[in-house]
Design a protein around this ligand. Structure first.
Ligand code: HPA
Length: 276
């Protein structure tokens, strides 16, 4: 197992490399999920750094995900975007998955905004909806915080009080209203994938209290919260997991629906950033 010192050194080396490439202190980190890549279009670009050039950074294996950090200004705020994230189903460890979050923190991040594509469990939802994540259930078989704890990063036993920042939830609701955009809100269940769920599993996850299921976000949010970042997160509901109304669902469909909903979410996130 990696020692605290090794992890610390790896984060430092990655950060030093990035700083050698670009002189920019971002305050807001944004993780772009499936089909949401063009969220960056509204950003006044200051520079990019490819994942593959950053020491100790994992590299992305999924075709639909680019692999770079993007720096720039969005509605007057300095942001860093992860274009491409890492998933447990790709074979990465939880510590690899959240390594970029730790590096973004070291670069100055105070706030994390995450987005993802998710399957809807709440029968009031429909494909194409945007869901504000108000809480999560960690259904992954682990956590990025397992192992020795670095007390300089965060507490050994972080509480999960208001992980999804209450002011940000209010800001997102208010912003959506002003935008004339109806958004849903609910509980996101994070799990491994890569299979989508069986009808019995969708039923179970609904009974357990989930409004949506997906294969990301929870590890990154745990790591960000551990370090005291404020978190705001959204899902695009790309397909409905209704146990009594199952139909085939392809990744192409998921990407298509995410892409169609993306302009709404792009504007919502930009306005939220403006209001932070
Ligand atoms: N299940 C899990 N992850 C997903 C889904 C789903 O139905 N849709 C998009 N990501």
């Amino acid at each position: 197992m990696e020692t605290i010192q090794q992890l610390h050194n790896n984060i430092k080396e990655a950060t030093e490399y990035i700083k050698s490439q670009i002189d920019f202190r971002p305050e807001i980190g944004i993780i772009l999920g499936t089909g949401l890549g063009s969220l960056v279009d509204g950003i006044e670009l200051a520079g990019t750094v490819e994942y593959e050039n950053i020491p100790h950074f994992p590299t992305s294996t999924v075709e639909s995900h680019a692999g770079r950090l993007l720096f720039g200004t969005l509605r007057g705020k300095k942001v860093i975007c992860m274009q491409g994230r890492f998933h447990f189903y790709e074979g990465y460890s939880f510590k690899q998955i959240v390594f970029p979050v730790w590096v973004m923190k070291e670069l100055g991040m105070k706030t994390l905004i995450a987005s993802n594509a998710a399957g809807g469990l709440n029968p009031n939802f429909k494909a194409g909806d945007i869901m504000l994540i108000k809480d999560h259930i960690n259904f992954f078989p682990g956590s990025p915080l397992i192992g020795p704890n670095d007390n300089n990063m965060g507490p050994r036993f972080p509480d999960m009080y208001e992980v999804y920042n209450k002011e940000f939830l209010g800001l997102a609701r208010e912003t959506a209203l002003k935008q004339n955009l109806h958004i849903q809100e609910g509980v996101y269940i994070g799990l491994t994938g890569p299979c989508l769920e069986t009808a019995a599993e969708y039923r179970m996850f609904r009974i357990l209290g989930g409004d949506a299921v997906g294969m990301s976000t929870v590890p990154e949010v745990i790591a960000a919260h551990h370090q005291g970042n404020k978190v705001l997160a959204f899902s695009i509901i790309t397909d409905m997991g209704l146990p009594d109304n199952m139909h085939p669902c392809s990744i192409e469909e998921v990407i298509k629906i995410a892409g169609e909903a993306e302009p709404k979410l792009r504007e919502l996130i930009a306005r939220c950033v403006e209001g932070m």
